[in-house]
Structures are given as structure tokens and as C-alpha cells.
Design a protein around this ligand. Sequence first.
Ligand code: MCA
Ligand code: AMP
Length: 521
Amino acid sequence: MSGNHLFDLIQSHMPVNPAAARFCEMTDGRVYTYQDVLDVSGRFANVLVSRGVKPGDRVAVQVPKSIEALMLYLGAVRAGAIFLPLNTAYTRNEIAYFLKDAEPTLFVADPKRADEMREVASECGVPQFETLGVWRKPAADETDADTGGTLAAAGLAASPDFTDVPRTKDDLAAILYTSGTTGRSKGAMLSHECLASNAEALVEHWRFTRDDVLIHALPIFHVHGLFVATHGALLNGSKMIWLSKFDPRAVVARLPDATIFMGVPTLYVRLLAEPALTREACRHMRVFISGSAPLLIETFNAFRERTGHTILERYGMSETSMLTSNPCEAKDGERRGGTVGFPLPGVGLRVRDDKGHPVRAGEIGGIEVKGPNVFKGYWRMPDKTAEEFTTDLWFKTGDVGKIDADGYVTIVGRNKDLIISGGYNVYPAEIEGFLNELPGVDESAVIGVPHADFGEAVVAVVVARPGATLDAGTLTAALKSKIANFKVPKEMFIVAELPRNAMGKVQKNLLREQHKGLFVG
Ligand code: MCA
Ligand code: AMP
């Protein structure tokens, strides 16, 4: 072992004969063995070092989902770098913010956006730029086959042997950008221990075994798809069926070959719309896991009725990875719909009132957490970090909930102004900031309303400046050029004024009530 905290843990769980053990099956027929995991991550680690990436340097990555992108993550960990994954939907404008804030040594982008992103990298002073696409085997008659970008080409030419850079448990392995009430994205610093301890807790709690087969259908720029799903397989020496994007039909078709599925609630809503989702299709499945957003009890019940499986709901955050989970086995208790179960082994979770005092069982308050999984603070924001922790160093999640007398945790709301749409977080303050800068806009309020597919949808209510005439279509188009599509309001209303309370504060609750039926029923 090399002394690289996270990768040592992964290596210690390698199958005895890694060349014979399957890690991943792709839809194009390609297979990665555990030996390929070692080799390709080693190749990428060598390339990173050759590009001047030193221990502690950031490697920012906005690339399409591929198994090579996952190997790049492992290569970065092995090289002692800090991996910074970015949503593929982010615009040039958003990417520029992250690059300026994180100051990576290297930015890896999608080959299809190479020209645009090379320019952004150069404007932001990022010294190194590479691309990584979807790696595919060239067909026999292809002469200029897509090699998967410059990084893939460099990886093919590099040695698979790499001596892992020693990293202690407190060194950073990743930064995940997330936001808060201000709307300005903050980089949550995740150490090797944050990721390793959470992976171990989940493998134990969810009773992973070597025979498990996980269908991986989530994006890999978030905690859910990048860490929760893949670390589970890696610490288990087991196999994944790798889908480049979520397609409900493809998932149902592969269910008979699988034992585990992980998804955000929208994925379950869409699976239920597939007539082929039957008890028979799920006969080998061990567990369906849901998280990242509240799972509606209707979805929970409908899924049980259709498949005979009770979805296991769990709760987590970018800052903390996973915090709680419903029981995996019946002997540990029932999977209770509408709850997120119990704190995971090693995780402390408490509920406090507005003054920071403990509340009684079943009473509602702010959820605070502690444990080795909790992040090391926000990148270069010590004041913001201090604000989010109590004096006795519990992290204030911003979620509101309760712990019942029998220990089950329920989340009833959030005291942060956040919309979760299809598992993606949208911060009203950020969208309002962009809207308010558009010509003719006086002010705006962005709200989340129930949506049958996405759980919540973004809606904007906008007031025009005196004398100005606004058009919702023009405003929407202007927003699309600045922010990722999933953040753009699905509906926009131009109104004469926003409702305010006696203190002058915009009453978003009234707007939510007014528009609550837009996308449901
Ligand atoms: C896509 N669109 C969306 C969303 N996704 N709009 C609102 N909310 C969304 N989530 C829009 C696109 O902008 C586009 O708009 C149109 O829908 C079609 O885009 P497409 O890419 O084809 O959509 P899709 O493939 O159907 O994607 C839906 C999805 C995806 C599969 C539900 O959003 C997804 O993979 N979500 C999972 C996110 C996730 O992994 N979250 C975990 C975060 P237009 O037509 O206008 O162009 S980790 C986390 O939260 C914590 C730690 C935890 O506890 O896990
Ligand atoms: P993110 O910062 O993107 O990781 O989002 C974390 C937030 O997602 C949490 O603070 C919760 O508000 C929400 N969340 C995650 N899992 C659940 C769940 N099972 N039920 C309700 N909310 C959840």
C-alpha cells in the first residue's frame, strides 16, 4: 500500500484476480475488468503528472459520462490531486466562475465544446487544457475514429504503472460546488476520509456483496452517481452495468441482470411509466435506493404495488455525502415511506430549535450533523464555513425535520431557499440575480412548485421597470444563454408587483400557493 488513504481502501477490496473480475459492462459491448481500473486510472495519473498536476492541485472536469471519466477521477485521486466535477449542462459563463474560483491546474472539457472551453480556460488563466469524450472502439472501416479526446490519446500512450502519491485522511480528494442562500456557489472540500468513511458505512449498511450488480444510470458529476454508486461497487469488487444516461426502457431491460438500482425520485416516476416494469422484471433485484430529493409517498406506494419492492430512501448532501438510510434488511426494521431512516454508522444527527436548543422526539427543528463524512469547509470561504457550523462544530444542513421516538428521521422542509428539480439543485437567488440584470426588469421572485416528473419545477415571477414592456419568451432566451437549461424557469409570469409582508419581504409562500397547480393534476 502506498499511503494514499482513499485509493488504498479501494485497492484493499480488489478481487484476488483483477483481470478476471468484471468491473463494468457498457452498452456498446465494452467490458472493464478490475485490472483495467488499475491500468487506466494509472495511465491517467501519469498523464496528469506529465501535465504538471501536483499534489493538492485542482483538476476541473466537465465531460460527457463515460467509464474513462470515472477512471480520470481515480487517476486524480492516485496523483494526489483534487477532483472537481462539473455539470455537463453548465454554460461558458458558469464554467468561468468555477475556473476562476478553484484555480485548477488543468481543465478537461468535452471535445465537442473544445474551442469554446479552451478559450474560457485561457481567459481564466488555467495553465493546462485537455479534452475527454466518449471512448469507443473504432469500427474496422473507420480511419479517423474518435479517440475520445486529447486526454484519452495521451492515456493510451502513457504507462499503466503508477506509484500512488501518499495522501493522509485529511488531504482533499474532491471539491463539489454547491450553493446557499446567497446563490453564490461554494466549493465543498471533501477529504479522503469524508469519502472513504462514507463508502465503508454504505457498503456495510446496504449489505453489498461481491455478487451484486448495480445499474448505473446517474450522471457522474454529483455525489450520488460519482461516489455513492461507484464506491459501492469498488469496495465490493462487484460489477456495474453502465448506462451513459438514464433511459427508463434500457434500465427495465437490464433489471433481470441486476441486483441494485440507485436513482433520484424522477427516475422512479419515469420507471413507473414503463409497462415492462413488472415483478418478473425485478425478480433478481435486491434493493432499489432513492435519494437526492424527497420521494413522494405516492411513488413509494405505486412502486411497491407494481414490483413488490419497497424503495429504500436515504438522505445526503454534497457537503456530507450520505447521512441517513432506511434499513436494508427486515431484521433491522421496516423501510418506512416518507422517512429517510436512521443515521448511518458513525454519523451523528440531531434536531435543534431556532435558538439552538434540543427539541423533544417528534418535534420539528433544524437538522445538524457531525461525523468523519462531513466536509472540511468551503473552498477559500472561512467566514461562510464558520457560519454553517455551530460552536460545538455540528454542521447546520439547512434541512428541517424531526426524529421520532423510534429513531426514524423525517425531512419536512428546508430553511434554505433551494429548489430541487429532478435531483438538481437550483438556487432562486442565483436566477433572480440574472433576471434582475436583464433590460427592463425591476425585480423578480423565483419559486419551486410541485411538478409531476421533476418533483419541483422552477417558476419566475417578474416585475417590469416603469415604462418597460417585458416578454417572457425574450427573458427565457436571455437566461438560456447564461445559465444551465435545468435552472431556466419552466414558466415565467410578468406581474405588476410582488406580494410583500409588513416588513417588505417578498411572500414567496403566496406565490407558491398561487402557482402550485401549474404542473400537477
Ligand atoms: C433535464 N432538464 C431538466 C432536468 N434535467 N429540467 C429541470 N430539472 C432537471 N433535473 C431539462 C433540460 O434542460 C432540457 O430542457 C430537457 O429537460 C431535456 O433534457 P435531457 O437532458 O434530455 O433530460 P433528461 O435526460 O430527461 O434528464 C432528466 C434526469 C436528469 C434524468 C432526471 O435531470 C438527471 O439525471 N437527474 C439526476 C440528477 C442527480 O444525479 N442528482 C444527484 C445530486 P430543454 O428542453 O429546455 O432544453 S447529489 C445530491 O443531491 C445529494 C448528495 C444526494 O443526496 O444524493
Ligand atoms: P446537494 O447539496 O445537491 O447535495 O443537495 C442536498 C439536499 O438535497 C439536502 O440538503 C436535502 O435538502 C436534499 N435531499 C437529499 N436527499 C433527500 C431525501 N431523501 N429527502 C429529502 N431531501 C433530500
